[in-house]
Design a protein around this ligand. Structure first.
Ligand SMILES: NC(=O)c1ccc[n+]([C@@H]2O[C@H](COP(=O)([O-])OP(=O)(O)OC[C@H]3O[C@@H](n4cnc5c(N)ncnc54)[C@H](O)[C@@H]3O)[C@@H](O)[C@H]2O)c1
Length: 313
């Protein structure tokens, strides 16, 4: 697969969970990465951690034979010097990100794009700390970004947005664009709405944590990995499609919406969730669960790719 732009090299600022995963994706597509993090231990461990993730991308067949070069930058200025793309993955605090942007803007090339991975801050929150707002983009990935295709984009400037779409699509990502800046963007709003009811079901004593998760994974989750919520109901209307579905079952949806809960994370509810997860994990560590998740994701992505090739052939 050709790199998205042979002339672009990338600065990755903040190399925790999200930064290391982005790094692997960029390198796998032949882009050089200059990585910076204020924590020396994080930087020292980065090459090995990234190599493990690159192995997953090789197994998936999405890595170029000649990966990009990973270099560890001693300063923010050194990382962004010469970078055409700056992927910021600093901790989720406005003040931290703003002060990082001041350093970035002092050293970055004039046409470099600053893309933030932020999940809970809006573009407007971040723009308050940026002088050149025309090159600020929020590019929110789903964890882990080297495997999950989704990137949610927002920018005030049409050219920066178009550049972001080209860049991430070149990395095999599925981009969606917000028409206006919004807390939680699309995917986390949907995920939060769903998790609110998942918590409510446990809090109300309707079902245990493990059964809620099983119902999702074996039911709607599987279907949603192929078609979205709106399209699923279009098919739920049979030959009459969504219009028939709305006539036939729309009222029952409205009755159900009226019964959904709005739980609080009280000490009792927290304990129910913690105990329920301990039961569902049944002794598996977070590292084991992560490895199982990644294995499942890799198999699913490979199956989706094969299915698409079958359709395209
Ligand atoms: N964890 C997720 O599921 C997830 C998903 C999507 C987006 N995000 C977003 O990605 C960003 C990073 O989250 P994470 O989960 O990787 O956090 P993390 O805690 O794993 O990593 C953050 C890294 O930033 C470093 N850091 C500290 N101060 C810094 C600074 N001033 N400049 C640059 N780096 C600094 C830390 O040393 C650490 O290595 C956040 O904006 C978060 O909202 C996270």
């Amino acid at each position: 697969m050709p790199p998205p732009s042979p002339t672009i090299s990338v600065a990755v600022l903040g190399c925790g969970l999200i930064g290391e995963s982005w790094s692997a994706l960029f390198l796998a597509h032949g882009l050089d990465v200059a990585a910076w993090d204020p924590d020396g231990a994080v930087l020292a461990a980065l090459p090995e951690r990234v190599e493990r993730l690159l192995g997953q991308l090789r197994a998936l067949g999405t890595a170029t034979t000649v990966p990009g070069r990973l270099s560890i930058a001693p300063t923010v200025a050194a990382a962004v010097a010469g970078a055409g793309w700056i992927q910021e993955n600093a901790p989720e605090k406005t003040v931290v990100k703003h002060s990082l942007y001041a350093e970035v803007e002092a050293a970055a090339a004039a046409d470099a794009v600053i893309a933030s991975s932020t999940s809970s801050l809006t573009w407007t929150d971040l723009a308050a700390g940026v002088v050149r707002r025309d090159r600020l983009v929020t590019a929110h990935p789903f964890n882990p970004p080297h495997l999950m295709p989704l990137v949610e984009l927002f920018a005030a400037d049409a050219r920066a947005l178009a550049r972001a779409q080209t860049f991430y699509r070149g990395l095999g990502r599925a981009t969606v664009v917000l028409k206006k800046d919004a807390v939680g963007r699309i995917a986390n709003r949907l995920a939060s709405a769903l998790w609110r009811e998942a918590v409510n079901i446990v809090a109300e004593g309707i079902a245990d944590v493990a059964d809620v998760d099983a119902a999702l994974v074996h039911g709607p989750g599987l279907r949603w990995s192929v078609i979205g919520a709106h399209m699923a109901y279009h098919l739920g209307g049979g030959p009459g499609g969504i219009a028939h579905y709305l006539d036939h079952l729309g009222p029952s949806q409205e009755r159900r919406w009226a019964t959904l809960g709005s739980p609080s994370l009280t000490p009792e509810v927290r304990q129910l969730l913690i105990d329920g997860i301990a039961q569902e994990a049944s002794g598996r560590s977070v590292a084991t669960l992560e490895a199982e998740r990644d294995h499942g994701l890799i198999l699913t992505l490979a199956a989706r790719r094969n299915a698409k090739q079958g359709v395209d052939a």
